[in-house]
Design a protein around this ligand. Structure first.
Ligand code: NAD
Length: 333
């Protein structure tokens, strides 16, 4: 039986990935600091532990895995990554996890390993024009990510590629661009813009307003979780190492994202722009390489996934039974 290890399985993408791997017939071991907040994991085993500890990594890699998915990272939305307050933890924790996992994967004879990098590795100087960001895979050097989160991701891409060259570690690397969907963090400071906007809209009274950080003219592209997992599985089943973008080319401004969400809610709401930490001015996935290598492209427009996500976040808001979280949190990544 094919055996998979999902590191970071208590998180958003990891939780969905476990479901997908189970559907495909894998035996799955999950590991994370915590269980999933919003769902009961379908993993065959769930180990709670800290992957910055090399002994824990040795323990979780004590089987011969067909596939390992390394998704564990100290991360969050703009409110977490761009405040500057978490930089040392983000770099230390995520780099240590990756150093441990790359090293132990060779010793444990892992057959194939997936590493989740990020669009945040792309140079800030290529993302100044909101209409024309450049996120082609080969535009990454000279390197100038706009956050220490991005620098760590770039370091760890290089780490896995070095293990590939020197120790034949069979790696696949993807750069995710704003993955969203149900069962993701929607409050508390680590949430990303789609979930944060859905929450604000769900909490707002008809005729009221929601707050957006910045002028809302910054652009992004967002990819629904199921589409992301389809691309990840295709990459793992291919002979292509990457790094390759996994994202959508449908670019919207944050104002447009908010308007789409408001329309889905059926409410009449206005937008108020306030100061807050922001990422680059424009960012959009460039899917030419993934299309060429894997013939993959998203199957549905942003609006489809956003409708599901709004529905799910609204239910969470109703369950929480309060509007107390309201307008104070993150908007753009
Ligand atoms: P997430 O925060 O929901 O999941 C990450 C998980 O890693 C969390 O459950 C966390 O508890 C776990 N983790 C952190 N430190 C750990 C440690 N020391 N030991 C064990 N577990 C630990 O994030 P996500 O959105 O599911 O993202 C998954 C991966 O994809 C991350 O590496 C992230 O950087 C990358 N990524 C995500 C996006 C996105 O839009 N969601 C975009 C780019 C890259």
């Amino acid at each position: 039986m094919k055996k998979a290890l999902v590191c970071g399985a208590g998180g958003f993408i990891g939780g969905h990935l476990v479901k997908r791997l189970k559907k495909e017939g894998f035996w799955v071991r999950a590991v994370d600091l915590k269980q999933n907040e919003f769902t009961v994991s379908q993993a065959d085993e769930f180990i709670i532990g800290d992957l910055t500890d090399p002994l824990l990594v040795q323990k979780v890699l004590n089987l011969r895995f067909t596939e390992v998915y390394q998704l564990a990272a100290d991360m969050g939305g703009a409110g977490y990554i761009f405040s500057g307050e978490n930089d040392a933890n983000v770099m230390h924790n995520s780099a240590t996890i990756n150093l441990n996992i790359a090293n132990q994967s060779v010793k444990a004879g892992v057959e194939k390993i997936f590493y989740s990098s990020s669009a945040c590795i792309y140079p800030a100087y290529n993302q100044l024009d909101p209409e024309n960001p450049n996120c082609a895979e080969d535009s990454v050097y000279p390197a100038a990510p706009d956050s220490d989160y991005g620098w760590e991701k770039l370091f760890s891409e290089r780490l896995f590629l070095a293990y590939h060259r020197n120790y034949d570690l069979n790696v696949r690397i993807a750069r995710f661009h704003n993955i969203f969907g149900p069962e993701g963090t929607w409050t508390g400071g680590r949430e990303k813009s789609p979930a944060a906007i859905c929450r604000k809209v769900a909490e707002a009274q008809n005729g009221g307003e929601i707050e957006i950080w910045g002028d809302g003219k910054q652009t992004r592209s967002f990819l629904y979780i199921d589409e992301c997992l389809e691309a990840v599985r295709r990459l793992m089943n291919s002979e292509f190492t990457g790094p390759v973008n996994i994202g959508s080319e449908e670019m919207v401004t944050i104002n447009e994202l908010a308007q789409m969400t408001i329309a889905l809610s059926g409410k009449k709401l206005s937008i108020r722009h306030v100061d807050g930490p922001l990422g680059v001015r424009g960012r959009r996935s460039d899917n030419r390489l993934i299309y060429e290598k894997l013939q993959w492209t998203p199957s549905a427009p942003l609006k489809t996934g956003l409708a599901d996500t709004y529905e799910w976040v609204s239910q969470q808001v109703m369950k929480a039974g309060t509007a107390e979280y309201s307008n104070t949190r993150a908007i753009a990544v």
